[in-house]
Ligand binder design. Structure first.
Ligand SMILES: [Fe+2]
Ligand SMILES: [Fe+2]
Length: 324
């Protein structure tokens, strides 16, 4: 058999998050791949002498603020006495936001049985909770689009995880399905902030994750001294999301660290594993044995129910909800 000669032939990803346009060296022998990129000397660990908390604050300082109108709408939506007309009036002040909300409302991801033509229809038929998800999705999509070439893979993974979390919530009769969706959608928002803050380092990490099967969490920890889960928790806190959403995002890679992880944290962690199994995003683990995943077990999901959720998620993703 002809040896592999290029990253293109191997379907590999370049540091900028895109498959390389020209053939490049396939790289080191496989044993090198077992060592992480810091140990391989590909990139020195960053050490500015600052504490982790100060570094995280610096990272989230680079994230665009929640747009003014969106933040006002989210505030109104958490008030049960708000009326749809008031919310409609506010959203229409931001035409880009209004257009995105309508696009998301009509995407296969939301499975609307009929076309939603106006914002008012979206608000009245979908309800406040879904509109909250729509606004957050629209805002987050705007922020992801600033990440550059890695955007597509990260966005696919976020939307896939939101969808998977909602399906799991439905299957286990977790009452706040939109909350599960939001936590799943935002679970890796810390990666976006890190990409905006340190694009070169994160590009190299992503290349390693994609090509060598390593983990973001571990590499970020070694390189920065903290990780995207910690950053994500700080962002959701700053954006005033509910405490259980913040906890789910901050702990989604460290279930064992928490003595008894909350149900939402288990849902997000399980949804993340389903996306890894389906290779939705940069991390691909098609051989992952889901019946051994602790969070899925803790949620009481049998192999048959896991299989059912997996095929439903796959089917919805095939309809390209990430295109929203
Ligand atoms: Fe993560
Ligand atoms: Fe993830």
């Amino acid at each position: 058999m002809k040896p592999e000669t290029s990253a293109v032939a191997a379907g590999k990803l370049a540091a900028n998050g895109k498959r390389p346009a020209k053939p490049v060296e396939s790289g080191k022998p496989s044993s090198e791949g077992q060592r992480n990129i810091v140990e391989r000397g590909k990139l020195p660990p960053l050490d500015s002498g600052m504490s982790s908390a100060a570094k995280v604050a610096e990272v989230i300082g680079d994230l665009p603020a929640m747009p003014h109108i969106a933040s006002q709408v989210l505030g109104l939506l958490s008030d049960d006495d708000s009326n749809p007309r008031e919310i409609n009036r506010l959203i229409t002040q931001d035409q880009a936001l209004a257009a995105r909300v309508l696009k998301v409302a009509n995407s296969p991801f939301y499975g609307a049985s009929r076309s939603i033509a106006t914002l008012n229809d979206a608000i009245v038929f979908m309800g406040f909770e879904s509109i909250r998800s729509l606004i957050t999705t629209a805002v987050l999509k705007g922020i992801y689009s600033k990440v550059g070439l890695a955007e597509k893979l990260l966005w696919e993974h976020s939307v896939g995880c939101g969808l998977a979390a909602r399906k799991i919530a439905q299957e286990i009769r977790y009452r706040r399905r939109e909350e599960a969706y939001l936590a799943g959608l935002m679970h890796d928002v810390g990666k976006t902030a890190l990409f905006l803050h340190a694009p070169e380092a994160m590009g190299i990490i992503m290349e390693d994750v994609y090509n060598e099967g390593t983990d973001f969490f571990e590499l970020e920890q070694r390189m920065f001294g903290f990780n995207h889960a910690l950053v994500g928790g700080a962002i959701t806190n700053q954006w005033r999301f509910a405490a259980n959403i913040e906890e789910a995002i901050a702990d989604h890679h460290q279930l064992d660290a928490a003595t008894s992880p909350a149900e939402l944290t288990q849902i997000v962690s399980a949804a993340n594993c389903l996306c890894h199994k389906l290779s939705v995003g940069p991390t691909k683990k098609p051989d992952l044995d889901l019946t051994r995943v602790k969070s899925l077990k803790a949620l009481g999901l049998t192999p048959e129910r896991i299989e059912k959720i997996l095929s439903e998620v796959e089917e919805t993703l095939r309809a390209d909800p990430a295109g929203i």
